[in-house]
Ligand binder design. Structure first.
Ligand code: BGC
Length: 718
């Protein structure tokens, strides 16, 4: 084992600082990028580059091994580099986007996908992933909603923790496992008006109850690193926010891991207007406890000077270096600087049939059947199928942040349906574009003719994959271009029509909903998207996803979320027993499809809900039993959701909060009773005195989904 303290004692200040600097791989292998290219602006010298301790954004194992070899040959301390990248929803085999995986409500499935991603990525040279991304979200305009698990803090936290556990496996020293980095702390998803990087202003109770729990859940699961967010929160950018970085993260939560800035986030302290220059930015970020600077030059250029001037303590510098070297040691890099990666291992682990099979299963479990008026599943005996729309014959369905996933390796809807129905005649008509500014309607006539002649019509609609993800926000989240017009005309031509949607965010589907009797939301389903869609459409699989984020009726409703508080004047005449916020006159207040919604080909009946007691004490617990019957001839899965409402408290409480869920599988005619255990701590909230408490009184417990509560009973907390 390397003696880290001894190593540090032998390093120069410049060598120490090098460990705290991260740049892109092209700096090391492309001299143009480094010495004569864009990075000359940062004033980096070849000596600076030689001392850099970590790398991001590289291509493959060959590149990683090459950079590591070059570095180790030149470094007198023989300290390996550490290689980091964003493995968000797969590496080469791409799984559904996280917002989709959230709809599976299945942490074991998320672990299975994550294990595969970890295996592929590790063999390709990645040692640390900038995952999980657990930003809580309420505004579908924000492009990065695709990276999260949506509008429910409990779900976000459980999925984040599952990823941490699965990436880390049985120890990060083992090839195949990755160290993890939770991001973006804090409340990046609260960007005003859903515009990326925008200001966030939040009350402490909203922050504490909705935005912070998922980061904390990842810390409790043993995450190795943390990345502060780009945004300012209540006036202070996160990387320089002492309250977030020290009072909460370290003093309250006891986080002791490594902190890395987001890409150029330290440099952006100048643009935010809280630092006059990069030196001041470096001072602020370092003194807030940001150990590694990603892709700006404050540390490499000014940290030594700041230490000399006494503005940064030499002990803190050594502590930061210790943490970096400790991570490298924990990864076993001093023994194996490639962490098991090689071009051969990469080829052997990539895109195997087993990985593809799991990708298909994940895509099927993440899809959400939004609507079905006796259309789906289509019969497999159909003779002629029309596939209509911009996603009918389109491989661009893997989604943003797809690492080394390749569009051309994905299964399109056309390929998926053709493989499932080898004897059917399949006709494809694109009809129109999926881009917002392409309005050419000349393809609609051909699409209508194809629909008229078909036994079953599948409309394949949605938004391009680069309309969501970082920097890709929209003010209009309806189906882009003239896809609604296409849908309307096709539906008139053939009533046996279902639409499938490819998207990275909840879309406004009101116009589509008005003309199409069945809608299946596929999200961006990944490599096996087309085969999963075919299986679901033709009944080889039964949809079971439940929405992780509400679909608004109109973009004007954003932000819209199920766990809101009541106003004094809730709207009484909408189908929700507790009312809703004050009223829009042109739209209504409910979303089109709410969090928790999702249909099945089975018919699930909620029979009994019984409580073991009608009261609960602070140190006791209570059992809630719910019986569910599959009253159909089709085997299916149901996510049984348990919500609570605190009826009277010292400040306003959400009209619903998910406190537990359980996904079960039921054979035709089968009945199962599920037991949830309720404890006092599940009923707590952040009160006006900045304490996390529960208050005695009535709590209503309900099952069902957010817009359709089926059973409700009260319990008194004593
Ligand atoms: C993103 C991070 C990501 C980083 C490195 C940034 O632009 O905000 O989520 O980890 O780039 O790729």
């Amino acid at each position: 084992m390397v003696d880290i303290s001894k190593l540090i004692s032998e390093m120069t200040t410049e060598e120490k600082i090098g460990q705290l600097v991260q740049y892109n791989a092209n700096l090391f292998i492309d001299s143009e990028a480094g010495i004569t290219g864009p990075l000359t602006d940062a004033g980096l010298t070849p000596e600076d580059i030689g001392r850099i301790g970590s790398v991001l954004n590289f291509k493959n194992a060959e590149e990683v091994c090459k950079i590591q070899d070059m570095h180790l040959a030149a470094d007198r301390n023989k300290i390996p580099m550490v290689f980091m990248m964003d493995v968000i929803h797969g590496y080469r085999t791409i799984f559904p986007i996280p917002l989709g995986l959230g709809c599976s409500f299945d942490t074991e499935l998320v672990k299975e996908c994550t294990r595969m991603a970890s295996d592929e990525a590790s063999a390709a040279g990645i040692q640390v992933t900038f995952t999980p991304m657990v930003d809580y979200v309420r505004d579908a305009r924000w492009g990065r909603v695709m990276e999260t698990c949506g509008e429910e803090p409990l779900l976000n936290g459980l999925m984040g923790a599952a990823q941490v556990e699965a990436f880390r496996g049985e120890g990060i020293e083992k090839p195949g496992n990755l160290a993890t980095c939770v991001k973006h702390y804090a409340a990046y998803g609260g960007a005003e008006a859903g515009r990326d990087y925008n200001t966030v202003e939040l009350s402490e109770h909203t922050l504490r109850e909705f935005y912070l729990p998922a980061y904390k859940a990842c810390i409790d699961a043993g995450v190795d690193m943390l990345m502060p967010s780009f945004n300012s929160l209540n006036g202070v950018p996160s990387v320089a926010n002492n309250w977030l970085m020290n009072d909460i993260l370290r003093d309250e939560w006891g986080f002791d891991g490594l902190v890395i800035s987001d890409y150029n986030a330290i440099g952006e302290l100048i643009t935010h207007g809280v630092a006059a220059d990069i030196k001041e930015a470096a001072e602020k970020a370092f003194n807030c406890g940001c150990h590694i600077e990603m892709c700006s030059s404050g540390y490499v250029k000014h940290l030594a000077e700041l230490v000399d001037e006494g503005k940064v303590s030499a002990e803190k510098l050594d502590e930061a270096v210790y943490k970096v070297l400790e991570l490298k040691a924990r990864l076993g890099l001093f023994e194996d600087p490639y962490h098991g990666a090689s071009p051969e291992a990469e080829a052997a682990h990539s895109l195997t049939p087993t990985n593809r099979a799991v990708a298909k299963k994940a895509a099927m479990e993440s899809a959400v059947l939004l609507k079905n008026e006796n259309i789906l599943p289509f019969k497999k005996e159909v003779r002629k199928v029309a596939l209509i729309g911009p996603f009918a014959d389109n491989h661009e369905i893997i989604g943003f942040w797809s690492c080394q996933g390749k569009n051309e390796e994905s299964v399109s809807v056309k390929e998926g349906v053709a493989a499932l129905l080898p004897d059917a005649e399949i006709v494809v008509a694109k009809g129109c574009s999926n881009k917002w500014n392409e309005l050419d309607a000349s393809g609609i006539a051909e699409a209508v003719a194809a629909a008229e002649a078909a036994d079953a019509v599948i409309l394949c609609l949605g938004e391009p994959q680069n309309y969501s993800g970082e920097g890709n926000c929209r003010t209009d989240i309806d189906l882009p271009g003239i896809q609604n017009q296409l849908a309307e005309e096709v539906a008139k031509a053939n009533s046996n029509t279902a639409a499938i949607i490819f998207t990275g965010r909840p879309l406004v589907l009101s116009k589509l909903n008005a003309c199409i009797p069945a809608i299946l939301n596929m999200w961006f389903p990944g490599t096996e998207g087309g085969s999963a869609a075919a299986a679901l459409l033709f009944g080889d699989a039964n949809p079971c996803g439940k929405l992780s984020m509400s679909f608004p009726k109109s973009v004007g409703q954003c932000p819209i979320y199920y766990n809101h508080t009541n106003t004094g004047r809730p709207k009484p005449n909408e189908d929700r027993h507790y009312g809703y916020n004050s009223n829009y006159i042109d739209c209504g207040n409910l979303p089109l499809f709410s969090f928790g919604h999702g249909l099945s080909y089975s018919n699930f009946v909620y029979e009994d809900m019984t409580l073991s007691s009608d009261s609960l004490t602070a140190d006791g617990s209570l059992e809630v039993k719910i019986t569910v019957l599959n009253d159909s001839a089709v085997e299916g899965k149901e996510t049984v959701q348990l919500y609570m409402r605190d009826m009277v408290a010292s400040n306003v409480r959400p009209v619903q909060q998910l406190i537990a869920f359980n996904k079960i599988s039921l054979a035709p005619g089968e009945r199962k009773t599920i037991t949830f255990t309720i404890k006092e701590e599940m009923l707590r909230f952040w009160n006006n005195e900045n304490k996390y408490v529960s208050e005695p009184g009535e709590f209503r417990l309900s099952t069902g989904c957010a817009d359709h509560l089926i059973k409700t009973q009260s319990v008194i907390l004593k």
